[in-house]
Design a protein around this ligand. Structure first.
Ligand SMILES: *Cc1c(COP(=O)(O)O)cnc(C)c1O
Length: 381
């Protein structure tokens, strides 16, 4: 197999056969001329069903995750919703991480629950807890690793064994790691989900999602359901994502370098009571992460020693770290999950500590990021 960056730059992206254009074109046409009724050229008839720019992105994402099939979506939640509609029927049950992405929890808890789908939040680092949560009606174990926002680590190969024994499917939301750091299909996962809005796109300028699988039959059902519900990205969005993904490897290396520097600062600062970063030897998931990830990623969370008020103050004081939701872009972001990304989990089992601060460490110069964060932390020491 070719190396990661070679695939990121070339998979699905051969020069255009008629013009020689080196980069993939943005195909804006909504419909395609047919050579007589039913005479479809190259599989394209209508852009909801298939679009050449989207095809290029899909081939690239499949190559990066080492899967046979990829489908690109208008958002990560569009991908999640489409997949769960395929895998679940009324009366079915799924397991979700106890610190699932807030939007995934909201979809399961507020939307799918209305269709008679049941769920159990579980700490997926605890295999006994997972076994105890499985029911005869369990169809899906949904996992994220590292998790958002607590940076918990789940052992993908271990989860796959338990899930398959129970006759269910293992889905891994690989958004936080990106395919550069971790490829869940190779570890036994059935489907990989991405919010390509984050590291894959990488520039905070486009929303998108993806599903990648090796299962031919499931892939056909995804094609059918996606076309039926219409959760597709536009050609401009597919193109921006494809442009972003070419540099994923170099960006991820820098995200990881910078996150390690930030974790070091936080660990030594009196305003911080706990650093959550899987790269730290003291992190409970460190060994599993070291086994299944290339490096430990660009996300770092921490608990402010001074509680909620200190956490909010730190979020207000940074200048380079912009106060904003989302993650995975070239610029550094800071947020308070309890009142921002994870507000929907308040009062539930998934509620996050109110002293928690989450950082998406960007690819600026590490010294500048360290200075900015140290200055903010010093205001609450
Ligand atoms: C952002 C995110 C999603 C949702 O993706 P959208 O593109 O915002 O719809 C799902 N999972 C994780 C881990 C995310 O960070």
């Amino acid at each position: 197999m070719q190396g990661f960056s070679t695939r990121a730059i070339h998979a699905g992206q051969d020069p255009d056969p008629t013009t020689g254009a080196v980069t993939t074109s943005i195909h804006t046409s909504s419909t395609y001329a047919q050579d007589g009724v039913g005479g479809i050229r190259g599989g394209y008839e209508y852009s909801r069903s298939a679009n050449p720019t989207r095809t290029a992105l899909q081939e690239c994402l499949a190559a990066l995750e080492g899967g046979r099939h990829a489908h690109a979506f208008g958002s990560g939640m569009g991908a999640t919703d489409t997949l769960l509609r395929i895998l679940l029927r009324p009366g079915d049950h799924l397991v979700i991480p106890h610190d699932a992405y807030g939007g995934t929890f909201r979809l399961v808890d507020k939307v799918l629950a209305g269709f008679g789908v049941e769920h159990t939040p579980v700490d997926l680092a605890d295999h006994d807890a997972l076994r105890a949560a499985l029911r005869p009606s369990t169809r899906v174990v949904w996992s994220e690793t590292p998790t958002n926002p607590l940076l918990g680590i789940a052992d993908i190969a271990g989860l796959a064994a338990i899930t398959h024994e129970a006759g269910a499917r293992l889905v891994v939301d690989n958004t936080f790691a990106s395919p550069y750091l971790q490829t869940p299909l190779a570890l036994g996962a059935d489907v990989v989900v991405h919010s390509t809005t984050k590291y894959v796109g990488g520039h905070s300028d486009v929303v998108g999602g993806a599903l990648i699988t090796d299962d031919d039959e499931l892939a056909e059902r995804i094609t059918f359901t996606q076309n039926s519900v219409g959760s597709v990205p536009g050609p401009f969005d597919a193109w921006l994502t494809l442009r972003g993904v070419k540099t994923l490897a170099v960006r991820m290396e820098r995200h990881c370098d910078n996150a390690e520097r930030i974790a070091e600062l936080l660990g030594a600062h009196p305003a911080v009571s706990q650093v959550l970063y899987p790269g730290l030897p003291g992190h409970p998931g460190h060994e599993v992460a070291a086994k299944q990830m290339r490096r430990f990623g660009g996300m770092v969370s921490f608990l402010a020693a001074g509680g909620r008020d200190a956490a909010l103050r730190i979020c207000a004081e940074t200048k380079l770290f912009t106060l904003a939701e989302s993650l995975g872009g070239v610029e550094s972001l800071i947020e308070h999950p309890g009142q921002m990304t994870h507000a929907a989990t308040a009062g539930s089992m998934l509620e996050v500590p109110d002293s928690l601060v989450r950082l998406s460490v960007g690819i600026e110069d590490a010294d500048d990021l360290v200075d900015d964060l140290r200055t903010a932390l010093d205001t609450v020491r």
